[in-house]
Ligand binder design. Structure first.
Ligand code: FES
Length: 78
C-alpha cells in the first residue's frame, strides 16, 4: 500500500463547529487538513468525520496516525 504524503509533521489544531468534515488522507490537498479532491486517481479517499459539538480537535497533519483523522502522536517518530 502506498504511503500518504506528509502534509506537515504536526497536527492541525483548530476549533470546529458541528458538521461533517472530510479529512484529507492522501496528504496532497491544498486545503489542509481537509480534502480538495487531489486524491483522485490514487488509492486514498478522505475520512468523513461528523462533529456533534463545537470543540477543539487535532487533525493529523502527517497522515500517518493510527487514529486518523486525529493525531495520535505518530508524527513524533517521523
Ligand atoms: S500529526 Fe499525524 S500523528 Fe500527529
Amino acid at each position: 500500500m502506498a504511503k500518504a504524503q506528509i502534509a506537515q509533521k504536526s497536527p492541525y489544531v483548530m476549533e470546529v463547529t458541528p458538521g461533517k468534515y472530510a479529512w484529507c488522507a492522501c496528504g496532497r490537498s491544498a486545503n489542509q487538513p481537509y480534502c480538495d479532491g487531489s486524491h483522485k486517481g490514487s488509492e486514498f479517499s478522505p475520512i468523513i468525520e461528523t462533529v456533534e459539538t463545537t470543540r477543539k480537535v487535532a487533525w493529523c497533519g502527517c497522515k500517518q496516525s493510527g487514529g486518523a483523522p486525529f493525531c495520535d502522536g505518530s508524527h513524533g517518530r517521523l
